[in-house]
Design a protein around this ligand. Sequence first.
Ligand code: RB5
Length: 146
Amino acid sequence: MADKKDLTIAIGADHAGFVLKQTLIGSVLSDCHVIDLGTDSPTPVDYPDVAKRVAAVVAAGKADFGVLICGTGIGMSMAAGKIRGIRAARCTEPVSAELSRRHNDANVLCLGARITGVELAKKTLEVWLTTSFDGGRHARRVGKIE
Ligand code: RB5
């Protein structure tokens, strides 16, 4: 896995995830190049609009990974997963985050700010960013998704 300082991360959140997004940018992502695609305040926005912006940047190869945050992480994962080339994983804890990288080569992490507490969310993102895809038999399976 590349050093975090070599990673470009596209990140987005709706109003429910806005505060956690700011926290993650200032902590786990402080060494990364971050493309912040909003939202920029607690004013309500529609999560599919944000998911589409982040997914498009990742799918175009302009970011190594994407991070999306809404209340549960569910809506963001549904929306991002519609974009060709995006493998969005909604993870609530570090074990799922690790396996979503090792087995599924997830390229977008979806977090739920109303589900996962701040410290656990930080750990979940840290593990996700620093875990590599195992390849091998998993590459064949991921190929079938594509
Ligand atoms: C917004 O209230 C909420 O529905 C959204 O953040 C998300 O949880 C949807 O999946």
